[in-house]
Design a protein around this ligand. Structure first.
Ligand code: ZN
Length: 256
């Protein structure tokens, strides 16, 4: 397994080259409704990155960095147990990370993000790290959230953005002992289904907090989730990521 943190220091110059790609998984520790654990996004980031590096690490010269568990989860700050960085802390942390990684022979850094609340900030960080530290930076999601153009289950009206069918299926596959399906219920805010413009993925963005849509904190319909769907979704995501990385491998510009 190409696990970067398990290397000894002399191995860096032997094994990590200018062609290597660093994979930085990013999760979150945040409420996911009454049926899923705090570490849902951390588990999804970690497991998809591991599977990617396990299956395609040699082919694509990938090195897996340790998963960042905490991230920018201020939309869930109302819920005790959510542990979050502010946007300024998160950007500062990513800048520090870029400074350290820019010392390595590898020129390319890929954020593999499993928490939709990070996406805007990670795009900002990608450009900052490109400009300030000279790295070629990329942002990939194992699963693009429906409010950012990804798909949602047919039962969810495009609203499966947090603790819904997909995340619940993934956790039933990856950590079934932490899921309580007896607490799973649909939460599909009607206004967001009927609005033409002010909706997830609509022309008007809005600064939402997850308790704006009900007291439970999830948004979507987890009730028909299955472990089999979770496994199929994860396998498909890993192949999609490998395809993206084949293009990243050939993509210029390189290190400045
Ligand atoms: Zn999540």
């Amino acid at each position: 397994m190409r696990d970067f943190a398990s290397l000894r220091s002399p191995q860096v110059s032997e094994l990590v080259s200018g062609e290597s790609i660093l994979i930085q998984p990013i999760g979150a520790i945040e409420q996911h409704g009454p049926h899923l654990p705090f570490n849902t996004d951390q588990v999804i980031a970690d497991e998809s990155a591991r599977s990617l590096v396990e299956h395609h690490g040699e082919e694509l010269d990938l090195w897996l960095l340790p998963t960042i568990a905490y991230s920018k989860s201020d939309e869930h700050s109302w819920s005790d147990g959510t542990i979050w960085f502010s946007s300024t802390t998160m950007l500062a942390m990513l800048d520090d990370l870029g400074r350290c990684l820019a010392r390595l022979p590898s020129a390319r850094l890929v954020f593999l993000n499993a928490h939709g609340g990070n996406s805007s900030l990670l795009n900002v960080a990608c450009r900052d790290l490109r400009r300030v530290h000279g790295l070629s930076t990329f942002l990939l999601h194992p699963f693009i959230p429906p409010d950012q153009g990804g798909e949602s289950a047919d039962t969810e009206q495009g609203l499966g953005i947090h603790g819904g069918h997909l995340e619940t299926s993934l956790m039933l596959h990856l950590r079934p002992d932490t899921v309580d399906m007896s607490k799973a219920s649909p939460n599909l805010p009607e206004q967001l289904q009927t609005n033409e413009f002010v909706r997830f993925g609509g022309v008007s963005g809005f600064g939402w907090l997850s308790d704006d849509f009900g007291p439970d904190g999830h948004i979507g319909d987890p009730t028909s989730a299955t472990a089999a769907e979770g496994k199929a979704a994860l396998d498909a995501a890993v192949e999609m990521l490998a395809g993206a990385l084949r293009e990243i491998r050939e993509f210029g510009p390189r290190r400045r």
